[in-house]
Design a binder for this molecule. Structure first.
Ligand code: NAD
Length: 502
């Protein structure tokens, strides 16, 4: 198939969007490179702390007026934003493919999910309601109202450059708060495009700001007196040791959605063909760069003798390897491509080091992602094929650590109990799937497994906008989650009023 047209040509000189103005930064500029073509497509400013502080000042200044704006008037802006996003749907999707590398179908899915966040946030007039009870004592009523808090900071990861900040920003803005978004500096274009549309949608100056940058901007956010809360999505070391810790010290609300290493459990009654088909997108979608991606496939021999378990394991692994080897690799703007490049060369090097570790640890390399064919004529720098290891044991680094690339580990457990123990041996608790026809096994799995997202006969996709995006153990730090009702609670303070009627 032909490669779709790129939505822009040349190199975008990105700016910050502060108080309704597009402003240049005094900081250094870094190249944003399309990992499929290796061409520079944008230059992003690495803003200074002062530039971040100026955005907070602007947001804080407009906050009292935005807060007083009736919720219906606030969400009218979001309705307009949603319409503009629909009009620009294809452009927004192609931008994601260019700046991140994912396939156009994956980008379209991401755009759809992002728009759904805006749609659900338009329900704020209902979602934000309080409650009351009259006559709690003679002539006295009591009621609860939810109020916004002020200015929130949002820190995005590289792997979903469009969707992730939208887990938070529409809910924050709809509830009457203002935001400063710091996109990942690796792929910041999508958030700049979103705020261009927010401006066109009539969201008032200073309400939704974008400040590009890196650690300095994050430090300024964590220390700023007027930042009431921080939403972070990224790796566990940064989320836990930098963001969560500092927010605790400075008394800010915080959501930290962090790293993962997810298991898919295959029970002996699972349909192998359907299981493997579902696993392909789950293991290799977004080139394995998903916090909900499965990384370890655990074949379980509950009720089987040793020979039957060996035979079942072999059938599952053979089918998995065969399907993995058929994945087409190339430029995501080619609609025939099923897997794009990794985000950059450093990420490729990281995955390569894990492939070597797996070999050194004694796992068997069944499919070597270092050997691959590209369906388009492109530089190979950021590409890798699917890699499948078998004979993997839980103590190996490839089974324990987040690789964040297209590497699948095949493992075996004698029983469901043993499988759950293995899952619980991981420090992470983001997601786990079970493939089975047994209602009893499925119920036991979802009941016992300490992970925030459970799949039954399905690899896990991001929860819909009206459910929270959960996570446990080293995958999540905080109390409330992004999206839906939990986001509404995160972005509001409960106030209880008692009133005597004379
Ligand atoms: P990252 O932690 O490297 O970066 C995340 C953000 O923090 C970026 O905006 C980055 O600029 C900033 N940052 C990086 N290092 C920093 C430091 N030392 N101090 C302050 N700020 C810093 O993560 P990433 O590589 O962009 O994203 C991938 C990670 O995100 C993976 O671990 C993945 O599992 C995780 N993730 C989790 C979820 C979830 O919902 N649990 C969703 C998506 C991604």
């Amino acid at each position: 198939m032909a490669i779709l047209e790129e939505p822009f040509v040349g190199v975008l000189e990105l700016q910050n969007y502060v108080d309704g103005e597009w402003v240049d930064s005094e900081g250094e500029r870094r190249d944003v490179v399309n990992p499929a073509t290796m061409k520079t497509i944008a230059r992003v400013p690495i803003s200074t702390q002062d530039e971040f502080d100026a955005a907070v000042e602007a947001a804080q200044a407009v906050y009292p007026e935005w807060r007083r704006t009736p919720p219906l008037a606030r969400v009218r802006c979001l309705f307009r934003l949603k319409e503009l996003m629909e009009e620009h749907f294809e452009e927004l999707s192609r931008v994601q493919t260019m700046e991140h590398g994912k396939t156009i179908d994956e980008s379209r899915g991401e755009t759809r999910r992002g728009i759904e966040m805006v749609e659900v946030a338009t329900g704020i007039p209902t979602l934000m309601m309080g409650y009351n009870l009259e006559d709690i004592a003679s002539g006295i009523d009591e009621y609860l109202i939810r109020q916004p808090l002020g200015v929130f900071g949002i820190i995005g990861p590289f792997n979903f450059p469009f969707m992730v900040p939208l887990w938070f920003a529409p809910f924050a803005v709809a509830t009457g708060n203002c935001v400063v978004v710091k996109p990942s500096s690796e792929d910041p274009i999508s958030q700049v495009k979103i705020v261009e549309l927010a401006e066109e949608a009539g969201i008032p100056e200073g309400v939704w700001n974008v400040v590009n940058g890196g650690r300095d901007v994050v430090s300024a956010m964590l220390d700023h007196r007027d930042i009431k809360g921080v939403c972070f999505v990224g790796s566990t070391p940064v989320g836990r040791d930098v963001v969560y810790e500092r927010c605790g010290a400075t008394g800010k609300r915080v959501i930290c959605q962090c790293g993962a290493k997810n298991y898919a459990v295959v029970m002996p009654d699972a349909d192998i063909e359907r299981t493997v088909a579902s696993c392909m997108t789950s293991f290799f979608g977004n080139t394995g760069q998903r916090c909900l991606a499965n990384a370890n496939l655990l074949v379980v021999g509950e009720g089987l003798d040793a020979a039957s378990l060996d035979a079942f394991y072999k059938d599952v692994v053979d089918a998995f390897v065969e399907a993995s080897s058929r994945i087409t690799i190339g430029y995501g703007l080619d609609e025939a491509v099923q897997m794009g490049p990794l985000r950059d060369r450093a990420k490729v090097e990281r995955v390569l080091s894990y492939i070597q570790k797996g070999i050194d640890e004694g796992a068997t390399l069944r499919l070597d992602g270092r050997q691959f064919e590209l369906v388009n004529d492109l530089p190979r720098d950021c590409f890798l094929g699917p890699t499948v290891f078998e004979d993997v044991t839980p103590e190996m680094a490839i089974a324990r650590e987040e690789i964040f690339g297209p590497v699948a580990c095949m493992m075996v457990a004698g029983s469901l109990d043993e499988a759950i123990d293995m899952i619980h041996g991981s420090p992470f608790g983001n997601a786990a799937s079970i493939f089975t026809d047994s209602g009893r096994w499925a119920r036991e799995f979802q009941y016992r497994v300490e992970c925030g997202n459970i799949g039954v006969n399905i690899g896990i996709a991001a929860p819909m906008a009206f459910f929270p995006f959960s996570g446990m153990k080293d995958s999540f730090f905080g109390d409330l989650h992004g999206q839906g009702q939990e986001a509404v609670r995160f972005f509001t303070e409960s106030k209880v009023v008692i009133q005597r009627w004379f």
